[in-house]
Design a protein around this ligand. Structure first.
Ligand SMILES: Cc1ncc(COP(=O)(O)O)c(C=O)c1O
Length: 374
């Protein structure tokens, strides 16, 4: 008899052969550092961009039910009102994660007979959510407005354009000003996933829509509380009826337990904290790291806190990551299918946790790595 999981074994074998094997590593994160296997490294892989100091909260009952049953703690109302105002929208709705916000909201709004225009570099959670909606999906070339316009000519009932604000693996901004203009002219709804721009860019950290001065032209915002805010959860913000429709239809909202209220209270504390100071420190760190990398010779196109160093071959990226690890820097290589084949990269994310010394020390290692790998 052949082994029961032979097909799994051979798939794993294939993944390893292509240098695409992923393995969980356990670590302890603490501000600017992560300790892995007893080794304390500078953490250049954290999405806790603002590095807001942690606060202590009293633990209450962790769980009751889903939000429509008995899990709708009053703290949700306070945070949702604040998030709606933060996005200049009528209302907002919190989901357990940003991934679940996409999974729930996109299929609740778009359906069979509709057309979704999606940027080719959109995040996996957007891609899966679009598939789930049953709408026709048309992928336009990354940030290519000519391609977007052309693809919007297709006939359909409702049209949607969906893009990230700051692309998670490239760190570049979407052409939001043009996208919102094109969408308005063609009667398409603009959906913005601003997981990486929210709380970080724009006035008071209002996000990418605000940064480009088009806040009011975004029809639906989807975002995460687990990145810039450094808490946990996801949310959408839009017109009241869009929110109502999601309460009534959105499966990843209805059929799951509510986030514990302690997490909502944690988000509230962080929302109300001195985020401006943290944003300033983050921008200083971004400048310091990107200028240092450019000086070494790396090609850095990003202007944001997500800085990819494009390596190309998966194996080289893995070796590069290993070298950094050996030298006390944690910067995870990113490979296919997260990014296209042969576009493997070291994705650096800058946080306000990092001190100038952390960055200077890391740059010394990147200098040596440049000579070795580039
Ligand atoms: C663009 C984008 N959308 C959504 C998500 C999911 O957010 P969360 O981590 O809150 O599930 C991510 C996570 O990395 C992301 O990069």
């Amino acid at each position: 008899m052949k082994p029961r999981f032979e097909f799994v074994d051979s798939e794993i074998e294939q993944i390893k052969k292509n240098h695409l094997y992923r393995k969980l590593r356990y670590g302890i994160t603490d501000g600017s550092t992560i300790t892995i296997q007893g080794k304390k490294l500078v953490n250049l892989c954290s999405n806790d961009y603002l590095g807001i100091p942690t606060t202590r909260l009293k633990i209450k009952q962790m769980q009751s039910s889903s939000r429509l049953v008995s899990g709708n703690d009053e703290s949700y109302l306070t945070l949702e009102k604040k998030l709606a105002r933060h996005k200049a929208q009528q209302a907002s709705l919190i989901y357990p994660t940003g991934y679940m916000a996409n999974l729930g909201a996109i299929p609740a709004i778009a359906k069979k007979g509709d057309l979704i225009l999606s940027d080719e570099l959109n995040h996996a959670s957007i891609i899966e959510s679009c598939k789930l909606s049953g709408a026709k999906i048309s992928i336009y070339k990354h940030n290519d407005m000519k391609d977007l316009k052309q693809k919007l000519r297709q006939k359909s009932k409702n049209k949607f354009v969906i893009t990230e604000g700051i692309f998670s693996m490239d760190g570049d901004f979407s052409n939001l000003k043009e996208i919102t203009e094109i969408a308005r002219k063609t009667d398409a709804i603009t959906i913005l996933d601003d997981a990486h721009g929210d709380f970080v860019v724009g006035k008071d950290g209002k996000g990418t829509g605000n940064y480009f001065g088009v806040s009011k032209k975004i029809d639906v915002y989807i975002s995460s509380l687990s990145k810039g805010l450094g808490s946990f959860g996801g949310y959408i913000a839009s017109h009241q009826n869009v929110i109502d429709l999601n309460v009534n239809k959105s499966k990843s909202f209805i059929y799951t337990s509510a986030l514990p209220s302690i997490l909502i209270e944690y988000s509230l504390r962080r929302f109300e904290s001195k985020r401006e100071k943290q944003r300033k420190k983050l921008q200083e760190n971004v400048k310091l790291l990107s200028a240092g990398l450019r000086e070494i010779g790396y090609t850095i196109n990003s202007r944001t806190h997500i800085i990819p160093i494009i390596i190309g071959k998966e194996k080289t990226a893995m070796d590069f990551g290993k070298y950094l690890f050996q030298n006390w820097v944690h910067a995870q290589p990113i490979r296919y299918p997260t990014v296209p084949k042969d576009q493997a990269r070291i994705r650096l994310s800058v946080t306000a946790w990092l001190s100038c010394k952390d960055i200077e020390n890391s740059l010394k290692i990147f200098d040596k790595a440049y000579k070795k790998f580039m």
